[in-house]
Design a protein around this ligand. Structure first.
Ligand SMILES: Cc1ncc(COP(=O)(O)O)c(C=O)c1O
Length: 319
């Protein structure tokens, strides 16, 4: 994008690496006792973990602003408790599901994600009395599983296969929610028939294969960040209005990278409804699936094909 001198600001969504994120989580855990004492003595405390999500600062990026003559501000989403913008999405997905009754209190939220969304769901679910079950490909770094387990989630590592395969990690996550719902229904029926509560079991039989994963009797809910419109709404109702307020409406452009596109879509829609000439840009480098989608019409990269990244020799198409 060519630099344009302007009166308003350009806001960029800023993310942070997993390494930094895990360090942040680790530190906050170690110092939780101290933090409690400090918070108790302050007037302006937040309401639990969920209250600490959002309202992230906008920081002027001096180097870029000075070099371009534009006011370039970064929205510090890495300051959310789970370390990314996905905390907002996790909250919205869970709150909407609880409200609609698709997720019962105490139920398990499932997701197929080896990234920030899984971390955020694992971070946030306990605040709503829910569990979190994450399915990831087994060529993902083991540290990802360790972070999720440290946050209280259960993690299932599965062989990487095509998204069109029923055992792709996202499809398994969807199935686990269905299985949890079937288990909950069966449990309710058994209870009604026996007139008494059944004992707790640790495993769950599904599709003829033993999967000791979803043992909740409260049912499950597939978070489904790519298809769930709560993702968009988290940004349309949260991140967008925040940016508008923080800049006093004095914003010319918004720039973000994209995974699901929820941030870009939600923030852009909100800002452009407020001010139709706000320019919104998706930035993604060559080598990303989206770059190929835009330039060649196919969402595919050799580098990102499941199984090519590390040890498993499966090849696949993403779309
Ligand atoms: C830290 C971080 N920020 C942003 C994104 C992408 O956001 P969105 O899914 O809203 O495009 C991701 C994942 O894709 C992420 O890990």
């Amino acid at each position: 994008m060519a630099p344009v001198r302007s009166t308003g600001a350009i806001v960029a969504a800023v993310s942070v690496s997993m390494a930094l994120l895990s360090l942040f989580l680790y530190k906050s855990k170690l110092s939780s006792k101290k933090t409690k004492l400090t918070l108790a003595s302050k007037k302006n405390h937040t309401n639990g973990l969920v209250g600490a999500i959002g309202n992230t600062p906008l920081i002027r990026i001096n180097s870029l602003s000075d070099a371009t003559g534009c006011e370039i501000l970064g929205k510090c989403e890495f300051l959310n408790p789970g370390g990314s913008v996905k905390d907002r999405v996790a909250v919205k997905i869970i709150e909407e599901a609880l409200e609609s009754g698709d997720l019962a209190p105490g139920g398990v939220v499932t997701e197929g994600s080896a990234g920030s969304t899984a971390i955020s769901l694992a971070t946030v679910a306990p605040a709503y009395g829910c569990k979190c079950h994450v399915v990831i490909p087994d060529d993902a770094a083991v540290e990802k599983s360790q972070i999720l387990e440290a946050l209280g989630a259960t993690v299932e590592r599965v062989r990487p296969v095509s998204i069109t395969h029923r055992d792709h990690f996202v499809n398994i996550a969807r199935r686990r929610a269905t299985e949890a719902n079937e288990l909950a229904m069966k449990h309710r029926k058994d209870e009604q028939m026996n007139g008494q509560a059944l004992g707790q079991t640790n495993g769950f039989q599904c599709d003829g294969e033993k999967q000791s994963v979803v043992s909740s009797y409260k049912g499950g809910y597939f978070a489904d960040q790519f298809e769930n419109m709560a993702n968009f709404r988290a940004h349309y109702e949260g991140t967008g209005p925040e940016i508008w307020e923080q800049t006093g409406g004095n914003v010319d452009a918004f720039v973000a990278a994209a995974g699901t596109g929820g941030t870009l879509a939600g923030v852009s829609r909100f800002l452009q409804e407020k001010k139709s000439n706000v320019k919104c840009f998706l930035i993604d480098p060559p080598g990303s699936g989206l770059y190929n989608k835009v330039t060649r019409g196919v969402m595919y990269t050799r580098e990102e094909a499941e199984g090519r990244r590390l040890k498993n020799p499966f090849d696949t198409i993403t779309e």
